[in-house]
Design a protein around this ligand. Sequence first.
Ligand code: WTA
Length: 661
Amino acid sequence: MSGSEDKITSLLSEGRVFDPPEEGRDQAWIKSMDQYRELYQRSMDDPEGFWAERAEELVTWDRKWDKVLEWDFTKPEIKWFEGGKLNVSYNCLDRHLTDGRRNKAAIIWQGEPEEDVKVYTYQMLHTEVCRFANVLKKKGVKKGDRVSIYLPMIPELAIALLACARIGAMHSVVFAGFSAVALQSRIQDCQAKVLITADAVLRAGKTIPLKPNADQALEDAPSVESCIVVQRAGNEVSMQEGRDSWWHEEIAADDITSECEPEIMDAEDTLFILYTSGSTGKPKGVVHTTGGYLTYAMHTCQWVFDLKDNDVYWCTADIGWITGHSYILYGPLGLGATSLMFEGVPSYPGPDRFWKIVEKFRVNIFYTAPTVIRALMREGEEPIKRWDLSSLRILGSVGEPINPEAWMWYYVNIGKSKLPIVDTWWQTETGGILISPLPYATPLKPGSATFPLPGVDAAIYTEEGKEAAPNEGGHLVIRKPWPGMLRGVFGDPERFKKTYFSRFENIYDPEDGARKDEEGYFWIMGRLDDVINVSGHRLGTAEIESALVSHPAVAEAAVVGMPHPVKGQAIYAYVTLTAAAQESDELLAELRQHVRKEIGPIATPEVIQWAPGLPKTRSGKIMRRILRKIAANDFGDFGDTSTLADPSVVDHLVEGKKKLG
Ligand code: WTA
């Protein structure tokens, strides 16, 4: 918790409040704090009534549910809209063909090269999704089967997800920045039948081959019968006879039609699995269902972003993460909105790329991450001034706590000191936003995610399980279920229970620290478990440690987060070599490369420090608290070190760190 203390002090001293804009308020979905409070109260007094109303308003059901909610976190068991039947792709596509939106842009796709733009109307997207759904069926994919998807941010990614949803197959998207090893373990865990990938990723002007990673992953993934490859860059790839085929050839085949009946699913059937890092062991396959997830993604997208039919809405996340699932795809398309999808990066070809896109498509709602804001802050205001940002009406932030400085910069320079910023707190597990301002209602405090949304019973608990006093830091907890919450960890019910429902009785534990101020504003402080948040990406320290230890020169490794001005946190690794190995710069570079290969570039350690020994208790537990302090150059007070087996180890590490600077 050491690094977060400074953060808390700086947050505590924040006194500014920014009122919501008057303009646009009359047309807003939620117009005032009074309305928010009323809705919140209603949702707490009668959660089932509240959610049944939302589910009915937002979703088209083939059959209405028998029971709104059944739950018991002690088991844990969570069931929403049981007996209800629906299809998610029908809700995102078919119904918009007859509600006046048929020729409306569903997805505006901006490719990495400026001239690569594609617009898919709802009709066009429907056609593509049906055709690809038929391809999947032809490959033998049936309801309940798993399909792994390893693609860059190209339209086929959106099409593939919706096609799975159409036929009732579970998709499991693996971010294209992950390595072959990471892909393989995710395919093996969910036993995917099909893998969808591409020849390459276009990134910052470069072509990065992707298919070789897929090939390597498939060397030991016997569940995969077919691999469908999208041609994005046209680079040379090897295709394995009988297993691999091209997307464009598959969808053009004579027997593939543009019609595909949506599979009617139970509300509680799984829609997708998405892997995320935890504090121990391998990543968890977070399971989300059809009825509750769709209701929740749409509900939050509508209220938090005040999404309207005429808006151009842009979430800059990658569909490889939950943010892209819920707020590029399912939320906006469920609502029949126009969602912008961007293949490139904010810094290429210049630091004004985002603002150029905002002007080009007259974006109204812009949702990004604090790390992006901090990186762009460094470029100054000049890149912003080149473009007309007057179309913007709402700004959003997600992925990590936004520091007040970055918040202010975003507010002043992008928001022109008048646009609301919705700082949205949520997780892969929550399916959608839980704590956030409502743009036309909530007075904002920079750095605070403000209040729980209606239906979300959030509180701060002390270690002993009592509600914390105002401003007292503690565990953020959620005491009632919400429709978008995870229903399990794929194939591991024990881990599901242990990770999320074991700290406090009958309560969901997100493993985040937070405090609530005297006015009830929530201030999220960051992870309480051994998870590092690098540029908004969750990485388990245990995963990085085991990647390091799998190198023959490494005897032991301990990984902690260190404060980083742009990434929020960066990876700091302490490495103990085997007796036979020698410390050298070459080995340092090799270890970095090794972690990239095992997990992916995002997991590359920022700093590796040689550690002849690690600070351990007599029972062998590594005292990470000390390692975090050393990594942050905070040598003042290591607290109680009396339980250390060998206290001299600490002096040694401090010496080493001082030399590193
Ligand atoms: C952190 C991303 C503070 C938090 C949607 C959480 C945040 C983890 C915020 C989930 C925010 C996300 N303020 N912290 N607005 N948003 N976090 O699963 O620690 O990739 O537990 O989901 O990110 O990361 P995940």
